[in-house]
Design a protein around this ligand. Structure first.
Ligand SMILES: [Zn+2]
Length: 333
């Protein structure tokens, strides 16, 4: 799990440019599933056919994209102006190193600012070391996306700090689940979906294609376990969280029950998540076609939407064990 997560998290994949992440996933999964497919948007489908007839089509989902910055303008002096892709705040971006799709790297700085509290994205510039517009334009284009540069670090025995735990933690859980799944009475389609951070877009198309009977999205969720955090029942290291609701979905009661009962029977510690801001791919999935019973398993994550997100391997292992236990059940709904 740790190595899969490391590889995935260190790969670059801003929304709309998830190709590298998809290639890493294909490498990991080739020969481990019956079929790998892609679609026009870049979603990846890893498909395991059932052991026998009569099962359901179960869609698992994790998103491949991560937050980043996009070049909006190149100044005469060679500096880049940028806009956010997904939820990037200027306070988080300032002082980071960013790498663009074409390979150019730069520092995110603010070129005029009296008070740090006044910092806005419009103050930011990215310095790629170019001394003129033409020199910069030879290395990076307007419209090119970039992500923060940050290798994965270990923090104690169980915890990892990473730039894109959101949602490479979910991707790693799905990869390890598929690798460990010896057989299932159900058709399992793991979707690695694009463009979640900019509006849950890839999952919408994916759900239409897969036509699932039941779906489970796997994404990270913020914790409430730092001293002055808003009261939230989710803590790091206390197990995967079964979603009750967020702004995009109210988990289907049958799927929520399936997840919590399975966790209890299998002795997997779990938590219950209510997220009052933000949505997940479970949103567009559950309203696709005639409606899909959908739930979500969330990986607790501290310092969300920073280049130093923290996850706990025990929560990821727990999520994998929970999905495996669900997929082995003959009756799901
Ligand atoms: Zn996410």
């Amino acid at each position: 799990m740790k190595e899969t997560f490391r590889k995935l998290s260190e790969t670059m994949g801003p929304s709309g440019a998830e190709g590298e992440v998809r290639r890493v996933l294909e490498e990991e999964l080739r020969g481990r599933v019956d079929r790998l497919e892609t679609d026009a948007l870049g979603n990846l489908y890893a498909i395991r056919e059932p052991g026998g007839p009569g099962g359901l089509t179960v869609m698992l989902d994790a998103h491949t994209d991560e937050i980043g910055l996009v070049v909006t303008y190149i100044e005469e002096e060679g500096f880049l102006r940028v806009a956010p892709i997904g939820g990037v705040s200027p306070q988080v971006a300032l002082g980071q190193r960013v790498r663009f799709a074409g390979g150019a790297e730069g520092s995110v700085a603010a070129d005029y600012l009296e008070e740090i509290k006044d910092l806005e994205l419009s103050h930011l510039l990215v310095d790629i070391g170019a001394s003129s517009r033409s020199e910069a334009a030879a290395r990076v284009q307007v419209g090119e996306a970039g992500v923060f540069v940050r290798p994965v670090a270990e923090a104690g025995e169980h915890r990892l700090i990473a730039k894109a735990a959101d949602d490479r933690a979910g991707c790693a859980v799905l990869v390890e689940t598929l690798k460990a799944l010896d057989g299932s009475p159900h058709r399992v389609v793991a979707v690695f979906a694009v463009q979640e951070e900019v509006g849950l877009r890839g999952a919408r198309t994916a759900a239409f294609r897969v036509q699932p009977d039941l779906a489970v999205a796997v994404d990270v969720t913020p914790t409430g376990d730092t001293p002055k955090a808003p009261k939230r029942a989710v803590e790091l290291g206390k197990g995967p969280a079964v979603k009750a609701m967020d702004r995009s979905v109210i988990a289907h009661p049958a799927v929520r029950r399936l997840l919590t009962e399975t966790a209890r029977e299998a002795g997997i510690p779990y938590q219950v998540e209510v997220l009052t801001a933000g949505g997940t791919d479970a949103g567009p999935i559950h309203t696709s076609r005639n409606g899909v019973p959908t739930g979500a398993v969330s990986i607790p994550c501290r310092h969300l939407h920073t280049p130093a997100e923290m996850v706990d391997l025990r929560d990821m292992e727990g999520a994998k064990e929970l999905l495996l236990a669900v997929l082995r059940r003959p009756v799901l709904l």
